[in-house]
Design a protein. Structure first.
Length: 191
C-alpha cells in the first residue's frame, strides 16, 4: 500500500541572491525583532492615523479649552474689564476653529487610509522580504517585477494606495524602478 503525501507548498526563493529563507512581509512586520530594528516601520502597509477615540478625545480637549476662553470672557463682562472680554472671546473663537480643523483633518486622514486599504493590502500581502539581500519582491513577478528596497516598497504601496502625501520627507529621494507602478496610468497620487 502506498501512502500519498500532501502536496507541499512551493518554497519561495529570492530572485536577487537565491536564498530560500525569505518570509512574507506580513510575517516580518509581526515579528518583534523587526519592530525593534525599525524594519516593520520601513515595510508599513498604511500610515498611522488617529483613531476615532483619539478624534473624540481631541474634540473634548478643544471644547474644554474653548470653555476656559468663554469663562474668561464672562469674567470680563461681570467685572467690566473689556480686555478680559475681548481676549477671552478671541481665545474661545480661535480654539474652536483650531479644534474643528484638527478633528476634521484627522477624519479626512482616516477616510483616506480606509479608502486605500484594499489596494495597499493586496500589494503588501503578496510581497516577500529577503534578509540576505535586504530586498522585497513578489513571487512570480506579479503585481510587480524585480527587487525593491524596503523604502522603495513602502513608497510603492503607499503611492498605489493613495497615501503619497503621507510619506515622510526621507522618501522624497527614493525613486521607484521603471515599470513598478501597478495601478492604471494617471491614478491618484502616482509617483
Amino acid at each position: 500500500m502506498t501512502t500519498e503525501r500532501a502536496p507541499r507548498a512551493a518554497e519561495v526563493i529570492c530572485p536577487g541572491c537565491g536564498a530560500a529563507g525569505v518570509r512574507a512581509v506580513p510575517e516580518v512586520c509581526a515579528d518583534r525583532t523587526a519592530m525593534r530594528d525599525g524594519l516593520a516601520d520601513r515595510l508599513a502597509r498604511t500610515p498611522e492615523v488617529a483613531s476615532r477615540f483619539d478624534g473624540w478625545l481631541h474634540f473634548l480637549e478643544g471644547m474644554v479649552m474653548v470653555g476656559v476662553g468663554v469663562a474668561l470672557a464672562y469674567s470680563g463682562v461681570e467685572s467690566r474689564k473689556p480686555l478680559y472680554t475681548i481676549g477671552g472671546s478671541l481665545l474661545a473663537v480661535l480654539l474652536l476653529v483650531g479644534t474643528i480643523v484638527v478633528v476634521r483633518g484627522e477624519g479626512r486622514d482616516r477616510a483616506l487610509v480606509t479608502a486605500g486599504e484594499p489596494r495597499a493590502d493586496a500589494l503588501w500581502r503578496s510581497a516577500y522580504y529577503c534578509p540576505g539581500c535586504a530586498s522585497v519582491f513578489c513571487a512570480g513577478g506579479t503585481p510587480w517585477q524585480g527587487l525593491l528596497t524596503p523604502e522603495q516598497f513602502k513608497k510603492l504601496v503607499w503611492t498605489e494606495a493613495g497615501y503619497a502625501k503621507q510619506l515622510e520627507e526621507r522618501f522624497e529621494d527614493v525613486d521607484l524602478p521603471p515599470g513598478t507602478t501597478t495601478g492604471p496610468p494617471g491614478s491618484r497620487d502616482h509617483a
